[in-house]
Design a binder for this molecule. Structure first.
Ligand code: ASP
Length: 325
């Protein structure tokens, strides 16, 4: 009897400290895993939103770049970490949408193994190329890629990443198969594009907008129905004659499954406040980012998005003949 009573008291004690720990959350720095190289689009979005989130939470959010396997290495690590709110992650359309179709042995299920916090930014896709590429518009570019398929190199951030999946989609619509060159993120890929050592890629606007504005790379089209206010001179794919190529990415904050509800609520509140902050919004908008709707900023909205993205990408990637190499 005594033993049981003691055991129960111990359990109650643990429960009490657990609840208290949640109440005091966060009382130490939080780590956000970014599953790509520093300086790329996911990293940029993560740094902009956590800058403001950390002020609301009263704790630093430290970004840890864990790149590899199209983002699935970092997300696997984050998914398997303690669900206590001290390790969170920036996932995206690739890691939480396309990856299951490409990695049969993926160690996480984007629809089940996370506590979604909310979407941080919509990131339209652009077709960009090194500035010396001879073609001056999308039609000319497509012709160039088709006639020079054996010498054209296409950069991407690993199988299952946004640049890979949207790149495969582009190639399948156009009917070309350039040589694919994998990077640990499109930050480093962009450096090579500027240096002219790779020819083109399809990438998220927040990474490429400053270099397009500065004339360091060429942009042939943006794959959204409307032009971006950040790049008013870049035509839409429809205007440029490739209306079938419509694709837009997103980046979103997740915690591991099992993260307590009140911790999720605090993180969501901090994200929503960041996205309502004028300066944070301006930083995202200047790069062409799209501020998510109130629904998309909610955990429920993000869960719905992940469910629909996994369902959407699987047949698209199978039809395009993409697989993990
Ligand atoms: N989002 C990735 C990055 O930050 C690139 C990608 O998914 O294409 O580099």
């Amino acid at each position: 009897m005594k033993k049981i009573a003691l055991a129960l008291a111990a359990v109650a004690g643990i429960a009490a400290t657990g609840a208290q720990a949640q109440q005091n959350y966060p009382n130490r720095p939080i780590t956000m895993i970014v599953p790509f190289a520093a300086g790329g689009p996911t990293d940029v979005v993560a740094r902009i939103v956590t800058d403001h989130m950390s002020r609301t939470l009263g704790q630093q959010i430290v970004i840890e770049n864990v790149a590899g396997a199209g983002g699935t290495t970092g997300i696997t690590r984050a998914a398997q970490s303690q669900p206590d709110g001290y390790t969170i992650m920036m996932g995206h359309m690739g890691t939480h949408g396309a990856a299951p179709a490409l990695y049969p042995n993926l160690k996480y299920d984007p629809t089940k193994d996370f506590a979604p916090i909310g979407m941080a930014a919509g990131t339209p896709i652009l077709i960009v190329a090194k500035k010396d590429l001879p073609a001056s518009d999308l039609k000319g570019f497509i012709e160039y890629v088709k006639t020079n398929a054996d010498k054209v190199n296409q950069a991407h951030a690993g199988v299952g990443s946004v640049s890979h999946t949207t790149g495969v989609l582009f190639d399948s619509i156009v009917g070309t198969k350039p040589t694919m060159v994998a990077y640990r993120g499109t930050g480093p890929a962009l450096n090579d594009l500027m240096a002219g050592t790779v020819d083109f890629m399809t990438d998220q606007i927040v990474n490429v907008a400053p270099q397009i504005q500065g004339g360091n790379i060429k942009a042939y089209a943006i794959a959204t129905p409307e032009r971006s206010p950040a790049l008013p001179n870049v035509p839409t794919t429809k205007e440029a004659g490739l209306g079938d190529y419509q694709v837009s990415a997103w980046n979103a904050v997740f915690a591991p499954k099992g993260t307590p509800n009140d911790v999720v609520a605090k993180l969501n509140d901090a994200l929503v406040k960041a996205l309502a902050d004028e300066n944070t919004k301006k930083r995202l908008l200047d790069l062409g980012g799209v501020i998510p709707s109130a629904e998309e900023q909610s955990p429920e909205g993000l869960q719905k998005l992940v469910d629909s993205e996994v369902a959407r990408w699987t047949p698209v990637l199978q039809a395009a003949g993409a697989k993990a190499e």
